[in-house]
Design a protein around this ligand. Structure first.
Ligand SMILES: Cc1cc2nc3c(=O)[nH]c(=O)nc-3n(C[C@H](O)[C@H](O)[C@H](O)COP(=O)(O)O)c2cc1C
Length: 448
């Protein structure tokens, strides 16, 4: 049974639900008021108990990340909220900013207090004009009531919150490229270590969190960490709470659905998404943004060793609960939890070629394997689509993608390689068909 919830989304359908008055009517800012009176360690402990996995893509435990921030360090501390949201198919942070901006501010107040930060930067991709306007207006409202500023809720602690516009480069979503961009430098990832908690914004201790991660923090405080975690069907996998599930592409009802963690792809696509567009058959799903390996609809789960997976072994991948570790265990990735659906009217070769235009364009060019490799992959795919590529070149796609993997400063390289490795392996027949017949036996196109 689907466990739909409305913690983050309760104001989504309320007229003017983005205003402070509506937010407070539904209990808004009570968590901040409470948390600001709590010792910092208690808040971090609650967030650890919540098993809140970062919603930005990598799924790192949020409470553990907060605990990396130095405690007895006189330098300024920063919280940076990542709302760059450039991952293809991902549109959840934008919805939160537009429809529930006060949850972001309240979450940021609590997080900043827990980590000893005095400044919060919300880094928003420039073209999200409505999102930025709503955030700016919400900050002004909160400042006018004294929730943001010199003494929030009368507490002897000052906090400032700023919206910072990014210029719309996908790489600036990567946390260290984002920090460079925030400082006015070229948006190129930094070598790690040092990690941002030691040397982040302006060389000072910094935590970068995804916007959805921060916006759900008031709920964690409201319910308590343990109760929040237990909302999830994957509580035993240390993957707690609720999150936004997005679905787009070839479905009847694309959109965002807030549910307990552990929803299955079948529930997302057929029950919430209304099924495949045009009553076609499901061909494949990219579970969470385009950087995740594609899953075929006819794929089965095969997991050995971990008894927690026994109930899913041998079942369709569509029935595996969506979680950070469940997908990792089958060689996949949950990513941003915004699925892209491909019906059997879609041509996987064209789909991959389209994606690789994006990655070639967005590579920052700092690392040779990524800069050159994405260009080579794009050129081979262009030749393949034009019916001029050889079998040897088809194999070279996999070689190049394997050589990018693990050989770059940041995870962009792996994110660009994963679609190539998974599409070519899982749709080998379709790719070979382009070599053998120039794609003439293909009846599919990119759109259903
Ligand atoms: C190329 C690339 C783009 C990224 N884009 C985003 C993004 O738009 N938003 C985001 O929150 N995280 C993005 N990330 C992940 C961030 O580096 C970082 O892990 C995340 O903001 C941490 O937040 P979380 O722990 O709350 O998930 C990206 C990573 C890479 C490698």
């Amino acid at each position: 049974m689907i466990n739909r919830t409305s913690y983050l989304t309760r104001s989504f359908d309320v007229p003017e639900g983005y205003l402070l008055a509506a937010y407070e009517r539904s209990g808004g800012y009570r968590s901040a008021q409470r948390a600001l009176g709590m010792p910092r360690e208690i808040i971090v402990d609650q967030v650890k108990k919540a098993h809140l996995r970062g919603r930005g893509g990598a799924g790192f435990d949020c409470g553990v990340k907060w605990s990396f921030m130095p405690k007895d360090d006189a330098r300024p501390h920063y919280l940076v909220v990542n709302a760059d949201e450039g991952e293809p198919g991902t549109f959840k942070d934008r919805a939160i900013m537009e429809k529930n901006p006060h949850a972001v501010i309240e979450g940021a107040l609590i997080a900043a207090h827990a980590m000893g930060a005095h400044t919060v930067y919300i880094y928003v991709r420039d073209e999200l004009h409505m999102a930025k306007a709503r955030l700016e207006a919400a900050i002004a409202e909160a400042r006018a009531l004294g929730y943001v500023g010199e003494r929030p809720f009368g507490r002897p602690w000052a906090i400032q919150v700023f919206v910072h516009s990014g210029a719309g480069a996908y790489i600036c979503g990567e946390e260290t490229a984002l920090l460079n961009s925030l400082e006015g430098r070229r948006g190129e990832p930094r070598l790690k270590p040092p990690f941002p908690a030691q040397c982040g914004a302006f060389g000072d201790p910094t935590t970068v969190n995804n916007l959805e991660t921060i916006a759900i923090i008031p709920t964690v405080i409201e319910l308590g960490g343990d109760a929040f975690s237990r909302l999830s069907a994957l509580h035993d996998f240390n993957d707690g709470g609720v999150r936004l599930f997005g679905v787009s592409g070839h479905v009847q009802r694309p959109g965002l659905y807030e549910c307990a963690v552990g929803l299955t792809l079948r529930e997302l696509i057929y029950d919430l998404g209304g099924g495949v567009l045009g009553d076609r058959k499901l061909l494949a799903v990219i579970p969470g943004g385009s950087s995740c390996p594609v899953l075929r609809a006819d794929e089965m789960v095969h997991v050995l060793g971990d008894p927690r997976f026994a109930p899913y072994d041998g079942k369709s991948v569509l029935d595996l609960p969506l979680g950070v570790d469940t997908l990792r265990t089958i060689g996949g990735m949950l990513g941003t939890c915004c699925a892209i659906v491909l019906s059997d009217a879609a041509d996987p070769v064209l789909a991959l070629a389209t994606l690789m235009h994006f990655y070639r364009h967005e590579s920052c060019g700092q690392c040779t394997p990524c800069r050159e490799g994405c260009g080579w992959i794009e050129r081979i795919l262009d030749k393949l689509v034009a019916g001029r590529a050889s079998m040897e070149e088809l194999d070279r796609l996999t070689e190049i993608a394997s050589d990018i993997t693990g050989n770059t400063i940041c995870a962009f390289g792996d994110g660009a390689a994963q679609p190539v490795l998974s599409f070519v392996r899982k749709f080998r027949r379709e790719f070979e068909d382009y070599v053998l017949t120039g794609g003439r036996s293909q009846t599919r196109t990119l759109v259903a």
